[in-house]
Design a binder for this molecule. Structure first.
Ligand SMILES: [Zn+2]
Ligand SMILES: [Zn+2]
Length: 364
């Protein structure tokens, strides 16, 4: 959208009575200076360039210019002016940047293909070889990509004479558009190839084998050069990109190369200490020491049982959850009561200390 209250004459550095030739000249001069191709990564130049293009799109159109001169803006009541910047850009550059608007029948690179690959955490831990199928466009082998039936060849388009573009003079503008007759290819296929129906390309499925190294990070993008869609007009094929995603695991979570999990133990194991057997992320059983007096929330590190690659070696961190037994039968309850009687508060230092604090608090 065009914003209000901009001095387009000032932006183009021209007088208010400038002729169309003056406007064109000024625009040409400024765009040469601020063109994004000449100022890569320069946001200020880019902004300036947009401003210049906007100013030019208004002042070069006698009707819009007259509205602008009268109302100081082109978007007033009843002045619906809703040209997107993209349209302006096309209009302007179709005309002035011949080099920029390249011929549509020049060789062009084919489309890149993007696929997602979902891995399980154990696959990440071990590394894995994956085979999957992709669907892509290749040049038709019958017509060799020309689209013309065997024994015939495409004819030069009689409308655009092979350029793929037609120039139209509309008032002060000369507008270059893609040739409708040949769709910009510059050639007409009179007898289309039976296999590709004149398109020159056919869709095929291709098996891709992928060796995933162990420890790979989520979001990693693997590039396969030239495995994308076939190019246009003899251009090179696109590339294939595979993005790695990792499924959530029921037991384990990953952080960098470390693995985290929560493991419940009985209050008896927690109290007496024990050695328990737990699975690592590969599903292999490893031994873990639970020290005497372990509490809920204590974290035990099992060294070297995380993820790894050539350079990194993570650990497994086990967060302990001490489970209170439920549904005790009469015998069990009696035994625990007997246990309580012989225990007293001394064996529960945390409980002891908490109630001491409460006592102090309420006696104030
Ligand atoms: Zn063909
Ligand atoms: Zn044509």
């Amino acid at each position: 959208m065009v914003r209000k209250n901009k001095d387009y004459y000032d932006i183009l550095k021209i007088d208010r009575d400038a002729t169309q030739t003056d406007i064109k000249k000024a625009f040409h001069k400024l765009t040469r200076k601020f063109h994004p191709d000449r100022n890569p990564g320069n946001a200020e130049a880019e902004e300036k360039f947009k401003e210049i293009s906007e100013a030019y799109s208004i002042l070069s159109d006698p009707e819009k210019r007259s509205r602008y001169d009268t109302f100081g803006s082109t978007s007033g009541p009843g002045m619906g002016f809703d040209m997107g910047f993209g349209d302006i850009f096309e209009d302007i550059f179709g005309d002035f940047f011949g080099a920029r608007r390249q011929s549509p029948n020049r060789p062009r690179k084919g489309s890149d293909l993007h696929f997602k690959l979902l891995l399980t955490l154990p696959e990440v831990a071990a590394g894995v070889e994956k085979e999957f199928e992709i669907s892509k466009l290749i040049n038709c082998d019958i017509c060799d990509g020309s689209g013309a039936k065997a024994g015939t060849s495409p004819e030069t388009c009689p409308i655009c004479h092979g350029s793929g573009q037609v120039k139209k003079q509309t008032g002060l503008f000369s507008l270059t558009t893609t040739c409708i007759k040949c769709g910009g290819s510059g050639v007409i296929i009179t007898e289309p190839c039976e296999k590709c129906h004149g398109g020159g390309k056919v869709r095929v499925n291709k098996k891709i084998k992928l060796r995933i190294p162990r420890g790979i990070m989520e979001g990693t993008r693997i590039r396969y050069a030239s495995e994308g869609d076939a190019g246009f007009n003899g251009g090179p094929p696109g590339d294939l990109y595979i993005a790695i995603f990792i499924e959530e695991h029921e037991i384990f979570k990953r952080r960098d190369y470390d693995i985290f999990c929560e493991i419940p133990i009985t209050f008896i194991e927690a109290a007496l200490g024990t050695e328990i057997e737990i699975p690592n992320v590969l599903g292999k059983i490893v031994k873990m020491d639970v020290p005497k007096g372990t509490q809920t929330g204590d974290i035990i590190r099992v060294s070297g049982e995380g993820l790894s690659n050539e350079y990194e070696h993570g650990d497994l961190y086990v967060s302990i959850f001490v489970e209170t037994p439920t549904k005790l039968n009469k015998t069990q309850q009696a035994l625990l009561k007997q246990f309580a009687e012989v225990s007293g508060i001394k064996i529960h230092p945390r409980t002891n200390s908490f109630w001491k604090k409460v006592k102090k608090f309420i006696s104030k």
